[in-house]
Ligand binder design. Structure first.
Ligand code: PHE
Length: 337
């Protein structure tokens, strides 16, 4: 009998349970009412007292071994009631994850480049008052940009309008912060223009503003050149053409060298090889003073670019209207963060 008990003990010490079922079988076999242990105990009762001493100790050892083994058995995991019904080898379900809008892809890329240059992102309202969209930006009272032709006015007295550019966020930022200021402001803008393949009445801009003591035109040029290289490629050349904006002095348009290799290049660059990307300039001291920043102490530069124009060039999209039609077949072509 002692030999049988010892064999059981050594078998139990090697026992590993595959699953809960296996453990249950083990429990019934050893510890169940009609199990190994009960029958051994029955036999034990018939032994004489001398034998009882050694066998008793061995039996107790076997019982503890069986109980201990069960402690390490896998726990009862609730069964899924469909278990066994699912065919795990079947092909996966087709998922249709959405993709980002090409405007968002380009916008996020622009934001990331400027964030790497130390700019943070600001936002402003799309409904603006005359002050933030025009007056604080040095627009003379009779400036044509205030004209009904360009601006969607919201009130008869023309005090409220849909912002015509993100430069209004410059004003809000200067009013709220003290230099050094280094922000970009992406957002939607509205102009009362005829819709065509090249222009729309709703589009997106990214504004930039940098104000500190002794900021120069050279700083602006360097910043814009770094951006252009990061966005369009390391070999990108830029040029600044004199221009005019009421809120910057001097003002410029920035072009990048695009080349004249094919028919499309000729059309896109109007035969010059240069592609116009953004307006920029040194913030007019009048604007600084209007917004509560001492123009004797501080100077700065600002720039603003249209996202659609850049996205059309980047993805070779010939018609600006494609961005707003929400045609899934068009939108599915773009991937990006
Ligand atoms: N706000 C100008 C526009 O909409 C762009 C611009 C921004 C120009 C900042 C100079 C400085 O055309």
């Amino acid at each position: 009998m002692l030999k049988i008990i010892e064999e059981h003990i050594s078998a139990i010490s090697k026992k590993k349970f595959a699953n809960q079922e296996d453990a249950e079988k083990f429990r019934v076999k050893f510890l169940g009412k009609k199990g190994v242990l009960s029958s051994l105990f029955l036999e034990f009762k018939t032994l004489d007292s001398k034998e009882k001493k050694t066998i008793g100790a061995a039996l107790n050892e076997l019982k503890t071994a069986a109980e201990d083994a069960l402690k390490s058995a896998p726990r009862n995991i609730k069964k899924n009631k469909n278990e066994g019904l699912e065919d795990l080898s079947r092909p996966g379900y087709n998922s249709h994850p959405g993709s980002r809008h090409p405007i968002s892809i380009v916008k996020n890329e622009i934001i990331e480049i400027f964030e790497n240059l130390g700019f943070t992102s600001e936002e402003g309202p799309e409904m603006e008052d005359d002050w933030h969209n025009f007056s604080a930006l040095n627009f003379p009272e009779e400036h044509p940009a205030r004209d009904m032709q360009d601006t969607f006015f919201l009130t008869r007295d023309q005090k409220w309008a849909l912002r015509t550019h993100t430069s209004s966020v410059q004003v809000r930022t200067m009013e709220a912060q003290t230099p050094p200021i280094r922000i970009i402001a992406p957002g939607r803008v509205f102009r009362n223009e005829a819709i065509s393949s090249r222009s729309h009445c709703v589009f997106h801009q990214v504004e930039g503003l940098y104000i500190d003591s002794r900021v120069s035109f050279a700083d602006m040029k360097q910043t814009l050149s770094s951006f252009s290289k990061a966005f369009f490629g390391e070999a990108t050349q830029i040029r600044l053409r004199p221009s005019y904006f009421p809120f910057t002095e001097p003002s410029a348009e920035m072009d990048i060298w695009w080349g004249l290799e094919n028919e499309v290049d000729h059309r896109m660059t109007k035969g010059t090889g240069w592609l116009e990307i953004m307006g920029c300039g040194m913030v007019d001291p009048n604007v600084l003073d209007s917004c509560g920043i001492d123009s004797q102490k501080y100077s700065g530069f600002a720039f603003g670019m249209g996202i659609e124009r850049i996205a059309m060039q980047r993805f070779q999209i010939p018609d600006i209207r494609a961005f707003y039609e929400n045609d899934i077949r068009f939108l599915k072509n773009f991937t990006g963060a």
